[in-house]
Design a protein around this ligand. Structure first.
Ligand SMILES: [Zn+2]
Length: 125
């Protein structure tokens, strides 16, 4: 509830996801990539950003956000060859796409109904 309505949050779910750490501060400066040079690691209830390989001086530090539990689209423009087009985790992306399809079908049904109602009104008028 604390973060509802905020355009950006930097939250890390730890454990089974029932504990959340606010990463506002350091984490907000690390961008997402589908082919990152770092990953987040949970050690003793703390979140660390750990290098996956040697990182050159001046190279941007990135990790895969692996987003879950979101309603909005989270498009990715990381530009890597491995880019999946979204900052959601692959499993969450499948769920997200399925939800979108349902919403589109509902909207199409509503639109068809309102068109039908609209033509009925036109006949009356
Ligand atoms: Zn990407």
């Amino acid at each position: 509830m604390r973060y509802e309505g905020r355009p950006f949050t930097y939250l890390f779910g730890i454990g089974k996801g029932d504990i959340v750490i606010d990463g506002h501060g350091m984490a907000m400066f690390v961008n997402h990539s589908c082919d990152p040079n770092c990953e987040t690691d949970e050690i003793d209830g703390r979140v660390y950003i750990v290098a996956l390989r040697n990182i050159k001086a001046g190279e941007e530090i990135t990790y895969d956000y692996w987003l879950y539990d979101g309603d909005d689209d989270a498009p990715c423009h990381c530009g890597s060859r491995k880019c999946r087009g979204s900052m959601y985790s692959p499993s969450e992306l499948k769920k997200h796409k399925a939800r979108k399809q349902k919403q589109l079908k509902k909207a199409a049904k509503r639109s068809a109904k309102s068109k039908a109602n609209g033509s009925a009104v036109a006949k009356k008028g």
